[in-house]
Design a protein around this ligand. Sequence first.
Ligand SMILES: [Zn+2]
Length: 453
Amino acid sequence: MDQLINADVVLYGILSLIILENALEIYISSRQVKVYKTTQTVPKELENVMNEETFHKARLYGLDREQFGIFKAILMDVMLLTLELYFGFIAFLWSKAELLAIRLTLDPSSEIIVSCLFLAIVSSISMVKDMPFKVYKTFVLEEKHGFNKQTARFFVIDQIKGFLVSQVISTPIVAAIIFIVQRGGEHFFIWLWLFTGIVSLVLLTIHPIFIAPLFDKYTPLEDGPLRESIENLAASLKFPLTKLYVVDGSKRSAHSNAYFYGLWGSKRIVLFDTLLLNKGKKDDSELKEEERGKGCTDEEVLAVLGHELGHWKLGHVTKNIVIIQVHLLLMFATFGYLFQYGPFYEAVGFEAGQRPILVGLLVVMTYVMAPYNALINFGMTMLSRKFEYEADAFAQKLGFSELLSKALIKLNLDNLGFPVYDWLYSSWNHSHPTLLQRMDRLKEIEEASKKTN
Ligand SMILES: [Zn+2]
């Protein structure tokens, strides 16, 4: 009897947390919706580079995206999820996984087998649930604003590939996790932590080599002045650059960027083709009409890389990995402490005594720890903005201040980024400071450094 009451308390607790968190998110988004609706003039700092037409295009694009996000959150994250939890959908799917095991003449009493089947069922269902939103976002929303470059065929193949690859990777990982929890003894959470740490390092290493090329085409950047100047910049910073690729990201979407990856002494840099429209050209007068003003000049690409290499030189990636590992250890320890508590399982529809490990992980780590996760996310977002400022300051020291500002403006215009944000929305959601904040800061440190010189 006590257990039953506790299960109700857990269920209503989880539902309240879900509703509270989404209400907060939706409130914050609606503040930005208001900004999109009421901001009618280009900010002074951008008057020379952003015309009225682009400004309003960006405004309407932002508005569409934000309203779509709110609609999806209300429908999926609040209504559907609440119903699923309330009516014990998770336990229902678990019983289907057991039946499926019998059908496939596998052992339904093996928790590892049932967990893998459960995972396959849950991911198939969530793929189906997400599909209408993905289709709408890609072929209606992004299409309307000129960003979608995917054909229906590319989209379907891409989705199927994505689903299969994630199943192939996650199934053995889930099986190993169940095994570790079952056999790991009292301090299994330490083994679990070591295991996920090693798996993420392995995935980080093989992802760019074996997985990413399944989805996009990576071609080495051709020899020429741009390649030479990037190699010189990398060499001057002792960045162990081994490969330099261009990815045809424009096939997926016209949003452009650059990044580096790789562990230890072997790093690769990837440039998006959309970044390079102006490659080798003095100015953009040689471009096609619709491409004019888009992409960066060689010098601007170099400034962007100055910023990226700043992330490397300042150890931002390593710092992030360390923080995430500490966070994971805390999560697993909490899980180890709480996961045998029966009401967590009864709350989501299981009978007393039935406590699947995978369900425990889901309930404890996503629902019970939701407030902690939200705080960590917020902290990580703040830290990420700090890192962005630091990488900008690094690029400034290399002499890229003005070029980086120019590149940031161009990237922002190419992506139809809206320059005005509600402060709360921005501090909650943005991993990067806004364009204006970054331009301001760059100008500030540039002037301060001129004074001291
Ligand atoms: Zn950055």
